[in-house]
Design a protein around this ligand. Structure first.
Ligand code: GCB
Length: 556
């Protein structure tokens, strides 16, 4: 599925802005008339999670469906093309209605979906667009959860993951059109012939057409960052060689612009689409992680999409500022914990040479590895049977290394699945959840743990979570959990161990910034393990990281 794009053959209109909004009351859940016009007395911004926009706890803690609605006009010039409404995400389930008709029902709160409205709405006319969104989590959703009915009849969503169940239209909504015969998917793989400094872009196009007799062909051309022609090729599937290739490097991104022109043989161009791509290689060799044939050391964070008021709503200002803060510390990477992020964020990482461990399929040069689970019960019977086919499927779909984030209970003796993966990712909280405040014990336990994994598997290891909750402004000259000094001391301890143990190829602190969670006695207005506060002010520990990553050059 391709993202909508404005090209010489395609157009798009942003539907972001204020929409009419309504909470669907639980009692009406089933028979509610979904498509009634919603009053404009309550309006809500898109993109944003709805929970923190209003002050009413009934909205914040609502369990079930809400409705977003607005009127949309299809431009008259779009007659004869295919027209779609595209939702970049509806957390966790979304239904798109055009006037009275349900067009699509999509499950999965962090992935996009399209509704084809061509045969329902006419060019030049207006229609009522309703998007119903449900935030319910069950044992069949990702992430999972459970709904309880309280004695007073209210429904309560409970869940085990440690981030607030933000919901709604947190990413953009679009109206777009494509030619009836159009490029529907593009797969790009890149490789390098090191002896000849030759880059290679292999591509494959999928096409959708109503005309089964059409004799289609494609021209694919590559331009460099200055817009200069580099090479081209023909056919729906082929490869293009790039002499004296400029590699996409961590910290020094280089993106080629690939232009795909679909046409009928001997006829004019039918469709045009552009893809920015980088040429780079990724390989696991022994206990090393190589990018472009050179050992790479990950520095950075596990992140969340989380900001005040907007919740998980995409915000370009926060995005750019977050990347600025990461670069200020010398961080070279992050993990998209614990769900697929907005595509805009991966685009930005592509453009700025930031390396990503991604939790979903999206083809970006910045993505060097797939993480297919966070802290599963990999020590329990059945774990292997569950994960083996998933790893196999991931490998069939893409050639990048595969990992999962292991948690403390699934020790190197008890874990049943690590041999299936390429890289060991470990989340550890010695000194915090275990031996809280005892830094001496934490240091020896951590070292023993890491050495155990290295001796058993000899694979590269990345610490994908380590850290301590810290209240900004709480200071102590003694070893005091929750203080800024404690967080700094704890990180320094982990770093000493990483530098002693062979096979450690990365450190990603949990977490980039403080973030909202469900209400629990050990969460003070959310999780406070951020190196930055929720409004992005640095805590003391930022200096420890800056010294190590930027000034001492660890990972650079
Ligand atoms: C973890 C989880 C992360 C939590 C973190 C914590 O292991 O992966 O989602 O937020 O611990 O702070 O407890």
């Amino acid at each position: 599925m391709l993202r909508p794009q404005y090209t010489s053959t395609r157009e798009l209109i942003s539907l972001d802005g204020l929409w009419n909004f309504e909470i669907v009351k639980a009692a009406l859940q089933c028979e509610h008339p979904w498509t009634n016009a919603i009053s404009d007395k309550v309006q809500i911004p898109v993109p944003a999670s709805y929970n923190d926009i209003f002050l009413d706890p009934e909205v914040r803690n609502h369990v079930g469906w809400v409705k977003y609605q607005r009127r949309v006009r299809i431009p008259p010039g779009w007659a004869g093309r295919r027209v779609y409404v595209r939702c970049d995400a509806a957390t966790h389930r979304g239904r798109i209605y055009v006037n009275q008709d349900l067009i699509i029902d999509h499950e999965g709160g962090y992935t996009p979906f399209d509704a084809d409205v061509t045969d329902i709405a006419n060019a030049g006319e207006e229609f009522q667009l309703t998007i119903a969104v449900s935030n319910e989590l069950s044992n069949e959703t990702i992430p999972p959860g459970k709904i309880e009915t309280l004695p007073d009849g209210r429904r309560k969503q409970t869940y085990l993951h440690d981030f607030f169940n933000y919901a709604g239209l947190a990413r953009s909504v679009w109206l777009y059109c494509v030619p009836t015969t159009h490029i529907s998917d593009i797969t790009i793989n890149t490789s390098v012939d090191w002896t000849r400094s030759l880059g290679r872009i292999e591509y494959q196009l999928d096409v959708q057409t109503d005309d089964t007799t059409a004799d289609l062909c494609a021209k694919v051309s590559v331009r460099d960052e200055n817009g200069e022609y580099v090479a081209d090729s023909e056919g729906l599937k082929n490869a293009i060689n790039i002499p004296s290739v400029q590699l996409w490097q961590p910290g020094a991104a280089y993106l080629y612009k690939v232009t795909i022109e679909l046409s009928c043989k001997n006829n004019s161009v039918l469709d045009v689409y552009h893809v920015s791509t980088g040429v780079r290689t990724v390989e696991v060799r022994g206990d090393q992680f190589l990018i472009n044939n050179k050992p790479f050391y990950f520095t950075g964070f596990g992140k969340h999409e989380d900001t005040p008021i907007r919740g998980k709503g995409f915000d370009a200002s926060y995005m750019v500022h977050d990347f600025e803060l990461m670069s200020w510390l010398g961080a070279n990477s992050f993990r998209t914990s614990h769900y697929p992020y907005a595509e805009e964020i991966l685009d930005y990482a592509d453009r700025h040479g930031v390396v990503v461990i991604d939790e979903t399929a999206a083809n970006h040069p910045c993505v060097v590895m797939w993480s297919i689970a966070n802290e599963p019960a990999s020590h329990e019977p059945g774990a292997r049977e569950y994960f083996a086919p998933l790893v196999q499927l991931t490998r069939e779909l893409d050639e990048r290394p595969v990992c999962f984030a292991n948690f403390g209970l699934a020790t190197s003796e008890k874990d049943r699945i690590t041999d299936l993966f390429d890289v060991l990712c470990l989340n550890r909280y010695y000194g915090w959840y275990e031996s809280c405040g005892d830094l001496k014990m934490a240091e020896s336990e951590l070292e023993k743990d890491l050495r155990g994994w290295h001796e058993k598997y000899g694979k590269p290891m990345i610490m994908t979570e380590y850290g301590a909750d810290t209240i900004a402004g709480l200071h102590s000259a003694t070893v005091t959990p929750w203080s800024e000094e404690f967080q700094a001391q704890l990180l320094a301890l982990y770093h000493r161990v990483f530098d002693r143990v062979p096979g450690v190829v990365g450190e990603q602190v949990w977490s980039f910034s403080d973030f909202q969670t469900s209400q629990l006695v050990f969460r003070v207005d959310g999780n406070k393990k951020g190196i930055f506060t929720r409004d992005r002010k640095p805590k003391n520990a930022a200096q420890v990281l800056r010294r190590r990553w930027l000034l001492d050059g660890k990972g650079n």
